[in-house]
Design a protein around this ligand. Structure first.
Ligand SMILES: [Zn+2]
Length: 216
């Protein structure tokens, strides 16, 4: 029997740690590079404060933020988001699926997500972690170094991460310290990544960027 849980079962944690370090990618954190002072980067989607970045990686962050914004506003991405229902978080009860929400509701929530946030160049012990109450995300240095290699898959991975973490910047209406979309407990058969708002939209953004950047 399959029970259905409502959104109130979404975890009330203040920090969302995403991805594991065991993804086969070599991780290097070059702390010898000089860091730039905090800098504001504005895209049509967000005003972003870049914190603790070396200069080259700050350039990668700006380019990736621009790319993620183009993707987020593209017809292909918006169509993909609205084409299906999504799961806002895993049920924390094993073998129980969480109730899904409509793609249209996710599209609307994403429309003004992360209007202003901090992007911090720092290893959070995962690929990335985001605080909804502080409106800040920490992304591991390897992601930005991957962008600088020019490798398309590694660039798509950063677009994926930025989009995924942006879903964690969305709070419950009137409750700025509560995530609307979580992924704690993700990856089980009753909560597959592809169905989650965070992982699903991240993967969709990566695919969309690969398609858009191969055209013209
Ligand atoms: Zn996540």
């Amino acid at each position: 029997m399959r029970a259905i849980l409502g959104p109130t079962t979404a975890a009330l944690m203040l920090l969302s740690a995403c991805g594991s370090l065991s993804d086969g990618v070599d991780y290097s954190d070059d702390r010898t590079a000089a860091l730039i002072p905090p800098e504001i980067h504005v895209t049509p989607c967000s005003t972003v404060e870049l914190v603790n970045f070396p200069a080259a990686e700050a350039g990668a962050a700006k380019a990736a933020l621009d790319a993620a914004c183009v993707v987020r506003r593209s017809p292909a991405f918006l169509t993909g988001v609205t084409a299906r229902d999504w799961v806002p978080g895993c049920s924390l009860i094993p073998f129980v699926r969480h109730r899904a929400v409509t793609g249209a509701s996710v599209r609307d929530a994403m429309a003004d997500a992360g209007a202003r946030f901090q992007l911090i160049y720092e290893d959070p012990g995962a690929v990335a972690s985001t605080s909804v109450s502080a409106q800040s995300m920490r992304v591991r240095p390897e992601r930005f170094q991957g962008w600088l290699t020019g490798d398309r898959d590694r660039r798509a991975a950063l677009v994926n991460t930025l989009t995924h973490e942006t879903t964690h910047l969305i709070s419950e209406p009137g409750r700025p310290r509560v995530f609307r979309y979580t992924d704690r407990g993700q990856g089980s058969w009753w909560c597959p990544d592809r169905d989650l708002v965070s992982y699903g939209l991240g993967a969709l953004a990566a695919r969309t960027w690969l398609e858009l950047s191969s055209e013209g």
